[in-house]
Write a protein that binds this ligand. Sequence first.
Ligand SMILES: [Zn+2]
Length: 308
Amino acid sequence: MRNQTSKIALSFDVEDWYHTPAITGSSFSLYPSVNNFFENWKGEYDCMSDGFNFLIGLLEKHNIRATFFIVADIIDRYPHIVQALKNSNHEIACHSLHHTSAIDAKTKKSFQTPAIWEKELIQAKEKIESTFGIKVTGYRAPAAYFGKWMVKLLEKNGFQYDSSIAFNSIYNKTDVTLKNIPSSSYLINSENLSDRNADSMLVELPWSYLKTGPFILPGGGAFFYRALGNSYFNILLKQCLRKGDTMFYIHPLDFSNTDIPLKNNIARPMYWINKGDKTRKMFEKFLIHHKEKITTCGEVYSRFENKK
Ligand SMILES: [Zn+2]
């Protein structure tokens, strides 16, 4: 039965090209950390601002409120983005301190120790809270690398919801075998990240996906959105919305027409397919099509709490 009232939590991960795992903060990155990148990088670094400026204007034009998951170190280098968000009514959430991948992509073991990860989480939360004068309650793991040990640490540090779990047949970026993860909000089990026998108060807002036969195809947004477009996502979101509230995300960087430096050195040059104008045009149609269902992650969290 179609659930007419289901909502889409619309979210944006505010990070630049050098935050991606190919460039910094992962076991396979060109530079070990963002700090190391800035010690060595002498060229222009800002590829995000023109995409952000487009996005913030587009949301205002269509009177849409969304959630911005912020990498805290952008506060130091992009004062105009901070100011634009302060002037807006959008929800602000946390996307880590430096966008370091906490899980090793290949081994699925911790790339950051839980102690270092927690220290950076606290620094990021405090930095965002003091900058924006708000309480941060939402988290998204960089590149969606999510360790089961994060659940209790997020809860301990005052987070009410996470939005990192991507369930599909193509990839798994967690340190557990994911089984039957819903596409709508659930209380999370810290042993297997499922919705069975929850042992925490942390609510997961999982990524959308498309179930077709035995396969689960990825949703979420960003790369898959740029590559597969509105037709695919409209079908996928319709299916998810039948089951309950779901989530869509993209980056300001996806709307940017600025060329990414070092493009040929990134292991996956095809990754940036349709970046800029093509995605801008597609996304405005997406907003118009889904406008009545779009809300923030915080609102989707509250809807879940109120139903309990
Ligand atoms: Zn990210």
